[in-house]
Design a protein around this ligand. Structure first.
Ligand SMILES: [Ca+2]
Ligand SMILES: [Ca+2]
Length: 160
């Protein structure tokens, strides 16, 4: 009797977790998946952000923007024209002229064409002038447990 009750309680927890995960998976669409803020060599024109469609429908990134914080804080449009990401598809935006500071506390934001903040990640710090990047682990991230790790970069490829 006792163990049966225990089993049903854990089954309930599993169902709740699955329901939450399902809900979170359905509500997530496009995420910031990887960030290179301190690449090997000169940072200018070499910093990038990988964006991944973790949703179940195609999304057009036309007019969407990403924030930066050097030489001042602002947002830059990443796709002036249509840029459709199918489910599971990724794209890499390379900053041109604008940059991300390596040491300062800064939240990187992804905004839609209307300027609504869809994602806010960080702050990231990267003191090493190398190929390590901040990545969601696993690729695309767990919707209920966002984990970011500094690892060898996987530009335009699944994080691992
Ligand atoms: Ca930098
Ligand atoms: Ca990657």
């Amino acid at each position: 009797m006792r163990s049966a009750r225990r089993i049903s309680a854990s089954a309930l927890v599993v169902c709740l977790a699955m329901g939450l995960a399902g809900w979170a998976a359905e509500t997530r669409t496009v995420v910031i998946n990887e960030v290179e803020l301190n690449p090997n060599g000169f940072d200018r024109d070499a910093e990038w952000v990988e964006i991944l469609n973790v949703g179940t429908a195609s999304v057009d990134l036309a007019g969407w923007s990403l924030t930066y914080n050097y030489p001042e804080e602002g947002a830059v449009v990443i796709a002036p024209e249509s840029l459709v990401l199918r489910p599971g598809q990724r794209t890499v935006f390379v900053y041109s002229g604008l940059r991300l500071r390596n040491e300062e506390s800064f939240l990187l934001r992804l905004l839609d064409a209307a300027g609504a903040v869809l994602e806010e990640v960080g702050p990231f710090q990267d003191d090493y002038d190398d190929a390590m990047t901040w990545q969601r682990i696993p690729d695309g991230g767990d919707p209920l447990l966002p984990i970011w790790l500094l690892r060898t970069g996987t530009k335009n490829a699944p994080n691992r």
